[in-house]
Design a protein around this ligand. Structure first.
Ligand SMILES: NC(=O)c1ccc[n+]([C@@H]2O[C@H](COP(=O)([O-])OP(=O)(O)OC[C@H]3O[C@@H](n4cnc5c(N)ncnc54)[C@H](OP(=O)(O)O)[C@@H]3O)[C@@H](O)[C@H]2O)c1
Length: 345
């Protein structure tokens, strides 16, 4: 008899805020793995703000595909254990990552590119760190933070750096990479508790909550002489504040624009884009998936710092596959710190 597995499916495209009612958890039959495939029992699955852009009938051009209704949600990062393998190079018991998340069991085809190639089925070295860390600092989050701050922002000696959503998965890594390389780093987040985390645990030089007054005022207090690099996770008023504060030849790495993901009307753009011209600024959008060649650097450098206890990495773990939609809501509303993960259980 075919095996039954659970998966979360989208039943309606949300307008505005996501709620669990937009999803359903269903049981489906899992076929036997065919030659070249493995059967994986997922242990953790990722929850990412960018998923909100895919909960639209038609998402941003060039981005990952929209999720279909009433079907498996593919291209979501997950880690798990191979239960049965008919693929060369994989054996039962292997820890792997792949992109068939938001379900408990998955059939995965070896070598089939997933998430622009960055989540193609691969074995994980759990002697370096537990598998779930590959959904964070040792995987896409690490590559995004590393490539964003080093390659897109071209971090240079003496740069003063501002990272927004700095208590989050990517932001906390980007801020610490800059800090561990000797820079003055300012972080911003959405609560006093997160500000304490940035100062006391991540050891940033200054931090503020964007909920306590206009972002620009708070940024100017933290960086009276301006900034050289802005790592943008938020867009909107944050990007506008950065444009007003970046010194000549400054650089902004445009990683994400979470303030716009749930907005129903047209997104608020910065009203002061001419500052880029006035001050010879570089604004560079980037995607972690375009910098996969950085993965070995990330595993070596961030993995080393992690093992030495120099890199702080918090996770917010939500238990139970059926709670994945709730976890996504929490990420979007700021009710998580560090990387949000669902323990499939
Ligand atoms: N370019 C890429 O390849 C790539 C890859 C991964 C992620 N990203 C982007 O990077 C950003 C961070 O992703 P993540 O996975 O690390 O998530 P995360 O930062 O762990 O979670 C998102 C955080 O954004 C903050 N936030 C939500 N609404 C906000 C608003 N209106 N204004 C300011 N802050 C707001 C919340 O923190 P507060 O409590 O501080 O508000 C929330 O915790 C997102 O924009 C995401 O799309 C890009």
């Amino acid at each position: 008899m075919a095996m039954l597995a659970r998966q979360v499916q989208l039943v309606e495209y949300p307008v505005g805020e996501v709620t669990p009612d937009h999803f359903v958890t269903v049981e489906v039959e899992v076929p036997d793995p065919q030659p070249g495939q493995v059967l994986v029992r997922n242990t953790f699955t990722s929850v990412d703000p960018g998923m909100r852009l895919r909960l639209r009938r038609s998402g941003p051009a060039g981005y990952f595909n929209s999720f279909p209704l009433n079907a498996a949600m593919d291209d979501i990062w997950a880690v798990g254990e191979v239960i049965e393998s008919r693929a060369e190079g994989f054996s039962a018991g292997d820890s792997v990552w792949h992109a068939k998340g938001w379900r408990d069991y998955a059939i995965v085809t070896a070598g089939e590119p997933a998430l622009a190639g960055i989540a193609t089925l691969a074995r994980l070295d759990t002697s370096v760190a537990p598998a779930e860390k590959y959904l964070g600092p040792l995987g896409a989050m690490g590559v995004t933070a590393y490539a964003g701050i080093i390659d897109a922002a071209e971090l240079r000696d003496g740069d003063v750096v501002w990272v927004s959503a700095a208590a989050g998965a990517v932001g906390s890594l980007a801020a610490q990479i800059a800090k561990l390389r000797g820079h003055r780093v300012i972080g911003s987040a959405g609560s006093a508790e997160k500000v304490r985390y940035l100062l006391d645990e991540l050891g940033l030089d200054a931090a503020f909550s964007y909920r306590e007054g206009p972002v620009l005022d708070r940024l100017r207090e933290a960086a009276p002489d301006g900034i050289d690099v802005y790592f943008d996770n938020v867009g909107g008023d944050h990007l506008e504040a950065a444009l007003a504060t970046l010194r000549p030849w400054g650089r902004a790495a445009l990683c994400g624009a979470i303030s716009e993901y749930e907005s129903v009307g047209p997104a608020a753009g910065p009203s002061n884009l001419f500052q880029a011209t006035a001050n010879n600024l570089t604004l560079r959008g980037f995607r972690g998936s375009a910098y996969q060649h950085r993965l070995p650097d990330v595993v070596r450098e961030l993995g080393g710092w992690l093992a030495e206890g120099r890199l702080v990495y918090r996770e917010t773990v939500i238990d139970g596959l059926e709670r994945a939609p709730e976890a996504l809501m929490r990420v979007l509303s700021g009710d998580t710190t560090g990387k949000a993960l669902v323990r499939v259980g």
